[in-house]
Design a protein around this ligand. Structure first.
Ligand SMILES: Nc1ncnc2c1ncn2[C@@H]1O[C@H](COP(=O)(O)OP(=O)(O)OP(=O)(O)O)[C@@H](O)[C@H]1O
Length: 870
């Protein structure tokens, strides 16, 4: 036994105490000394066995514990002596230093504790109550005692784990205040079939001890606490911390109310009874406190009275009204009475102890409360069931998500391998991540971010590719449009060109026919239209030079090199092809030269002159024929000895032309002028000295020459290329004109023909006309001069003869002279007429000849261009 908690050894474990306490002392009578040693007459029921679930009612007395706190520092400083001797093992407490015999001796209670440890208080006085409350029995624990005796200290630290809802209220000056919601001004005490309870209190569902402690702490903060004369932090109100416990057996379906038990556990911290305080406010508070405590005492007295109470004044105070259910018996009650340890509080402590004695006499019969209607627990259970279902769904969803994520990562990895090797490393790290890791928020966020990054990169790449393809398509569209436009233009140009070619061909044909009609009819039927070999004529109608044509061309490749085109007036600019094809194929006739022709020409002129001057009577002597044999042979037998007929003369002239033309064809055009000069002179002489008036055969001969084919003058087989290199297939293939090139070539040829033909022809005709005119005028002048000279000589001779004649004869002569003059005049007129006729024939012939030259030149040039272009 110890007199002071501070010096008292640690108390015996509560468990031991409980086991030792098989019997309780009867409420000690203040008048019975022996009560101090008397064991309680009523046997307390064994809590654990008797609190089985089979029990529906627990009949017992209020459990009473007395706790004496240690002396405070202040009490120690003033050396306050301990007042009580406490024996936890005995469960007794007795007043120390009894100076005289007193009615107060020893008190016995269910538990008497001391010290600072609340654990033993809990285990000794509250544990069973809480257990029974958890099983569905109401329980009330309240601390009773003098101010500053340790009630709050005891109740505050009894925290245990409860799964329930709590409320916290205080009764301050007989007003109920919600400590968990100070804004709640409407809590009131009501009584219905559930019993007496406070309505509209805020209830907080708690799942852990910490949550309970948080609620207690919050309520304590709102509680009325003031410094009093006795306690710096004196509670100025009664507080009720209420647990509402709903429970039921496991395995009961959540949607039924079967087996649901509801119980309350009230932890009541009463305000301390106190003497009159000096402070008015404290005094007023103390009045309410004392009154309520007095009412509590009265209620307990009534409940413990031997006489049946007709009226129990529960309604006299809010405190007893709230405790009505518990005090009425349907609750197990545990009262913890606290006392101050010192003599200064001895009287108050004695009052407390007496109260504890009375309280101990209160009998209770707590009943297990079952409810069948809707309860908070039921709602919670339903919610819990719903939550469990949702949890299951979430779990399933998570599992599915994991699986999808794995598959997605697999796809990404595969895709990255194929399309984006550079992103492969980024995703590789995910391949080893477990599904659980994937479900972690941070990992998931990382994975999703990487995936988004990868997808974004892929989308960007694809977008770029699509943009590029769109650009390509756009540019291709533009190209197609341009090509279509160009094609349309080409088609249009081609059609125009075709029409132009057709027109030109028609004009050309008309021009040719008109020229042909101008020629003597007798020769038109004999001679071909063209002087060129047909193979050398570019066919306008053909769209392509066939290979057979090329091979044929190869056979006739002995074509003489065309003479360069004469400069047309006005000078048409003719751009020669840059790639000459036959430029190296300079053709020549090695066996025949112009020098060889000159003797023949001279001989022919000689024959013509002789034939004309001798009046078509001369025939060459056999010697002359032998002398000329070599030349005849060299002319390839073109020249035959002239006959006495005019046909022979014309034939001779034609052969001369043949020689000249041959020399022209042989690209020796530099000699053409000389030859022309010679021919012109020969003709002049023939005309001058001939008495023949009919020159038609000569004209026919000239016409024959004009239209005679080239092959009649030059045998192509005698012509070979200068370089003596035959054309090879590659060269020949270059002669082939494709379909695409032909229109352009045709157009060029037609244009060049049109440029060259008319102006050049006209120019040359004009030039030749001027030349012939001047030649004719010179001849005429010469002729006139000679004639004049002859006439003068004749006149002189006649004069001499007349002077030598007799007079009669002179007169005749004079008459004859007159006649002669007249005859001369007639002769002159005839001569003039003849000259005019000859001149006109000469002009016509010159024009025709010039046309022949020009025509050949143009055609050769056309052929030249044709081959050069290809
Ligand atoms: N068992 C104990 N061990 C140590 N100190 C204690 C004990 N009981 C109480 N005290 C201290 O005593 C003082 C008063 O305690 P408490 O405030 O609990 O008394 P009270 O009975 O609640 O007073 P009131 O009625 O005025 O509120 C406090 O300082 C408290 O810490």
């Amino acid at each position: 036994m110890s007199t002071d908690g501070l010096i008292t050894p640690p108390p015996t474990p509560v468990g031991n105490q409980s086991q030792q306490r098989t019997a309780y002392p009867s409420p000690t009578s203040s008048s019975s000394k022996s009560s101090s040693t008397t064991k309680p007459s009523n046997t307390r029921p064994t809590l654990k066995p008797s609190f089985s679930t089979k029990s529906t009612s627990i009949r017992e007395n209020v459990q009473v514990m007395v706790r004496c706190r240690p002396r405070s520092k202040k009490e120690l400083q003033i050396d306050e002596e301990p007042c009580w001797l406490i024996s936890p093992e005995e469960g007794s407490i007795e007043l120390a230093r009894l100076k005289a015999p007193s009615t107060i001796s020893t008190f016995h209670y269910d538990n008497v504790v001391m010290g600072v440890d609340n654990e033993q208080v809990y285990k000794a006085g509250i544990l069973d109550l809480v257990r029974s409350a958890m099983m569905g029995y109401n329980g009330t624990v309240f601390a009773y005692g003098q101010t500053a005796s340790g009630k709050t200290y005891t109740m505050d630290t009894t925290g245990r784990e409860y799964l329930l809802r709590v409320s916290y209220m205080e009764i301050y000056n007989e007003k109920i205040k919600d400590l968990l919601n100070t804004q709640n001004t409407d809590p009131e005490i009501v009584e219905d079939k559930k019993g007496v309870y406070v309505r509209n209190l805020k209830e907080v569902i708690v799942k852990t001890a910490q949550e309970v402690m948080n609620c207690i702490k919050e309520g304590e903060g709102n509680r009325h606490i003031s410094a009093t004369d006795y306690n710096e932090h004196s509670s100025r109100s009664h507080t009720v911390f209420q647990f509402v416990i709903e429970s039921r057996s496991k395995g009961v379906p959540a949607n039924t109310n079967r087996g649901v038990r509801v119980s309350q556990l009230n932890l009541i911290d009463l305000a301390g009874s106190e003497k009159v305080a000096t402070d008015i406010e404290r005094r007023k508070e103390g009045g309410y406190i004392n009154k309520s405590l007095l009412t509590l005492g009265n209620v307990i007295s009534k409940l413990t009275s031997d006489e049946p109470a007709t009226h129990i004044p529960f309604r006299n105070s809010k405190l007893t009204r709230i405790l009505q259910v518990a005090l009425s018996g349907n609750a197990r009650i545990s009262v913890i009475c606290t006392i101050n340890p010192t003599f200064a509080s001895k009287d108050e402590s004695l009052n407390t102890l007496r109260f504890a004695q009375r309280a101990k006499l209160v009998k209770t019969a707590a009943k297990m409360t079952r409810i069948l209607d809707n309860s908070e627990l039921q709602n919670c259970l339903i919610k819990i069931a719903e939550l469990q279902t949702k949890m299951q769904e979430k779990t399933d969803l998570e599992a599915e998500t994991r699986q999808r994520l794995k598959s997605l990562l697999g796809l990404i990895l595969t895709s990255s391998k194929e399309d984006h090797p550079d992103q492969l490393e980024m995703f590789k790290q995910f391949s080893n991540i477990s599904a659980d890791d994937l479900m972690k928020e941070s990992t998931m966020r990382d994975v999703v971010a990487r995936c988004e990054e990868g997808f974004s990169a892929q989308i960007t790449t694809h977008q770029k590719q699509m943009d590029k393809m769109a650009q390509d398509v756009e540019s291709m569209r533009d190209m197609v449009n341009i090509m279509e436009s160009a094609h349309a233009k080409q088609t249009d140009a081609l059609s125009k060109r075709d029409a132009q070619i057709e027109k030109l061909k028609q004009e050309l044909s008309a021009s040719k026919s008109s020229r042909t009609t101008k020629m003597p009819i007798s020769r038109q039927t004999k001679t071909p239209r063209s002087s060129l070999h047909p193979a050398f004529i570019p066919t306008m109608e053909s769209t392509k030079v066939p290979m057979s044509k090329v091979l044929e061309l190869q056979e006739h490749v002995h074509i003489p090199q065309p003479p360069p085109p004469p400069p047309p007036p006005p000078p048409p600019k003719i751009e020669l092809p840059k790639k000459p094809v036959l430029s190296d194929t300079k053709l020549t006739q090695p066996t025949v030269t112009l020098q060889d022709f000159n003797p023949a020409i001279s001989l022919a002129v000689k024959h013509i002159s002789e034939a004309i001057s001798t009046g078509l009577t001369h025939s060459p002597s056999p010697q002359e024929q032998d002398d000329d044999e070599v030349e005849y042979d060299m002319m390839t037998s073109c020249l035959e000895p002239p006959n006495q007929s005019i046909v022979d003369i014309s034939d001779a002239i034609s052969r001369v032309f043949k020689a000249v033309i041959s020399s022209t064809v042989l690209n020796q055009e530099q000699k053409v002028d000389d030859s022309k000069q010679t021919i012109t002179q020969a003709l002049k002489n023939a005309i001058q000295h001939s008495t023949v008036k009919n020159f038609i055969p000569i004209h026919e001969a000239v016409a024959f020459i004009q239209v005679a084919p080239l092959t009649e003058f030059v045998n192509p087989s005698q012509l070979v290329p200068v370089n003596e290199e035959p054309l090879i297939a590659e060269d020949l293939s270059e002669l082939v004109v494709t379909d695409d090139e032909l229109p352009e070539l045709e157009e060029e040829i037609v244009q060049e023909l049109s440029v060259l033909e008319c102006p050049a022809e006209e120019h040359m005709v004009q030039e030749l006309s001027a030349l012939e005119r001047s030649a004719a005028e010179e001849e005429l002048l010469e002729y006139t001069a000679e004639k004049k000279m002859t006439e003068e000589e004749l006149a002189t001779t006649e004069k001499k003869m007349v002077q030598e004649l007799p007079t009669a004869e002179k007169e005749k002569a004079i008459i004859s002279e007159q006649d002669l003059s007249r005859q001369n005049q007639i002769c002159n007129e005839e001569s003039d007429s003849f000259i005019e006729e000859a001149y006109s024939h000469s002009i016509n012939q010159s024009s025709t000849l010039s046309f022949i030259f020009n025509k050949w030149t143009v055609m050769c040039f056309a052929v030249y261009i044709f081959f050069q272009t290809n």
